[in-house]
Ligand binder design. Sequence first.
Ligand code: SF4
Length: 264
Amino acid sequence: MKRKDLRALAGDPRFIPGIYNYCDRWCERCPLSNRCLNYAMEQADDDGDPASRDLANQKFWQKLHEIFQKTLTMIREEAAARGVDLDDTKLRSEVAAQERAERRQAAKNRPLARTAMAYTNAVDQWMKGAKPLLEAKRDELTTQARLVIGDPESEAKRLWDFIEVIRWYQHFIYVKLCRAIGSRATEELETDEEMRRFPKDSDGTAKIALIAMDRSISAWAGLREAMGDEGDGILDLLAQLAAIRRETEQLFPDARAFVRPGFD
Ligand code: SF4
């Protein structure tokens, strides 16, 4: 997308400022995608490769990086046109970015982040172990469809939906918790009282992580019910997730009350 087009797009009043900061990045299911500048930019740049929309894929992050770079260039041009020299602040912002990166790195070692990472890995293990069960379930539903028994199509759709939800948020929870912890560390260094009164990025980020946990818990519970006695191990995952949620709510007590642009 050309910068000229990007500038025209960014000026469209239908977009809700900052809506993409505290969303779940699941654009295909987003009820507000037509109000989101980020989505419009991605659509304009869409190369048709599903990997570029997959949160766990390198291509997704590369794409995000490219969008960020283009936006940065646009901001620089705007600043220059207004006579503001951004290079004056460049060094300071580079140091700040480096410090932020170090805090994010440190966040990965916090117990909450480690537990979230353990959950991410446990989901992979469960999915791997449950493959034969899921395949057997698929065969059972196919037989039911052939014999015209019940509503196997809806059941298959429901099952698939639970798995999609679990998979979508599997890595997301960890990534967002690391960011929330890192942001909290940055916010604690803020000395300006005025700034301290602003809604906090750590709370907004923790809120979307909590929403991801709520939805994952519902999906696991639904999957357990659908799989009956065969849903072995799901209870452990539910307990793991519930513990992460509890700990997140304790660490970020104001997160649930955070108002996300557009969504709340
Ligand atoms: S606000 Fe919606 S459309 Fe925009 S990035 Fe988030 S999920 Fe995607």
